[in-house]
Design a protein around this ligand. Structure first.
Ligand SMILES: [Zn+2]
Length: 454
């Protein structure tokens, strides 16, 4: 597609996504699907359940069980087979009561031919987002112009094989570009989770944040918080206080949305050698996930667990106080952890138009330890609150490292695409990556510190 045509296609997509849309007879009761929800030339839609039965589509894919991706999927779904990972399949059958006969769980990492798609093969790759989330790598020829877009592909019917990588929501890591499905291949279209495609989002690598939380929890529970940046609270621990603390129990309370952020909870519970408690509704959701390690940690007795999992909204000083009040006499102190990417503020004076090589260097130097976590101002001697710069979407530098580490022809943004201004800003970064990528050999991969982060 030429850049003019691409602009027109985005304009058409914006009209289709009009928020004031109401189903009527004149619009056939269904919202039209924008071009980026249907794979070019293939009868396949991804995360496109709110558009009803899409013309020409025979396979509906779901990247993960977050509500903005499964909008309108319900017990009354009859529009066609749904393909996803096993974890996501369990979740949508449990939470949304989607009838089992429509749900097809696919194996991870193994190319599988999808029926009635003209022989398209798909490989699921762990997305490093929430449990069950996956990237889809599609490979096949173009056989049909499905969907509602007025822009048709000229390759339909040609024998050429096309490759598309749909990232859903993901946190990019070297593992993605080293995956055998991706490595060494040129990918025609990459559907990119552009949530944080802006240089101000430079939060630290996720594995470092997880171990920092576990370490902090361990030190607080052991009464040995002496980090240089720690102030007040436990830094002046007397012998007497230490003795008393042996009898005391500190409750760690972690806030989460419906699914996601379980890794922090697991790491904390393992570091403290304790169990994890959450209410019955949340427990049932956690049981849907294919994570035997997590299942072993769960308990239905809140007093048995030093780690509690609660809705994110509970992690404010007032509500946390209320929560802990319930367990008065069993825990002497509580520490709330509020994990979210939005808590991160970039260092003052940071260059917000860096070169690609600066972005990469910044990424490789980005570290994080328990000493980087400070209790919120509202913290008291018995109630502490920590903001955790934890995100399950790629940081700006991770998106850059990812894009620089494999061969692709076109990136299609899937987040923050509502305004032309935002799309243009993102396009500039994609163009920068493209230009830099051309200077590198085709097998170039950005040097990484560990397989799970750059
Ligand atoms: Zn998500």
């Amino acid at each position: 597609m030429s850049s003019h045509k691409e602009n027109e296609a985005w304009k058409e997509a914006s009209i289709m996504e009009d928020r004031t849309f109401r189903p009527t007879n004149s619009n056939s009761g269904r919202r039209k699907v924008p071009f980026y929800k249907v794979l070019q030339g293939m009868p396949i839609a991804v995360d496109a359940f709110k558009y009803g039965a899409i013309p020409g589509v025979t396979a509906y894919f779901l990247t993960h069980a977050h509500s903005d991706h499964y909008t309108n999927l319900s017990s009354s779904w009859t529009n066609g087979p749904i393909y996803c990972s096993e974890g996501t399949a369990n979740l949508i059958m449990h939470m949304l009561k989607v009838p089992r006969n429509w749900v097809h769980a696919l194996p991870m990492d193994k190319p599988t031919v999808i029926p009635n798609t003209g022989g398209v093969q798909v490989t699921l790759i762990e997305a490093n987002h929430c449990p069950g989330s996956s990237l889809f790598f599609f490979e096949g020829s173009q056989t049909v112009n499905a969907g509602d877009s007025s822009f048709k592909s000229a390759f339909v019917g040609s024998p050429r094989v096309f490759r598309y990588l749909h990232c859903g929501d993901f946190r990019a890591s070297p593992r993605h570009v080293l995956h055998p499905a991706v490595k060494g291949k040129r990918i025609d279209h990459v559907y990119l989770d552009t949530t944080y495609l802006d240089p101000k989002y430079t939060f630290p690598p996720q594995p470092l944040v997880i171990s920092a939380c576990a370490e902090l929890a361990k030190r607080i529970a052991g009464g040995s918080v002496v980090g240089t940046k720690m102030n007040g609270w436990l830094s002046a621990v007397t012998r007497e206080a230490k003795e008393k603390q042996k009898l005391d129990r500190t409750l760690m309370v972690v806030g989460t949305y419906s699914i996601g952020k379980e890794r922090i909870v697991k790491a904390m519970a393992q570091a403290l050698r304790t169990k994890v408690y959450c209410d019955a509704r949340k427990t049932a959701i956690l049981r849907c996930q294919c994570d035997p390690e997590l299942h072993l940690l769960l308990t239905s007795n809140p007093l048995d667990a030093l780690v509690h999992l609660v809705p994110l909204g509970v992690i404010t000083s007032d509500r946390l106080k209320e929560y802990v009040e319930r367990y008065k006499g069993y825990f002497s102190r509580a520490v709330g952890f509020r994990p979210t990417g939005w808590t991160y503020t970039p260092p003052a004076g940071m260059d917000l138009t860096p070169s690609v090589s600066t972005i990469i260097t910044r990424s490789q130097k980005n570290t994080f330890a328990h000493t980087d976590m400070l209790p919120a101002r509202s913290s008291t001697s018995t109630l502490q609150l920590y903001m955790v710069p934890y995100s399950e979407h790629s940081s700006f530098s991770e998106l850059t490292c990812f894009a620089m580490s494999f061969q692709w022809t076109k990136m299609i943004a899937t987040v923050n695409i509502g305004s032309e201004n935002s799309r243009q800003k993102m396009t500039k970064w994609v163009q920068k990556w493209e230009a830099e990528r051309k200077k590198k050999g085709k097998d170039y991969v950005v040097e990484y510190r560990q397989p799970d982060y750059w």
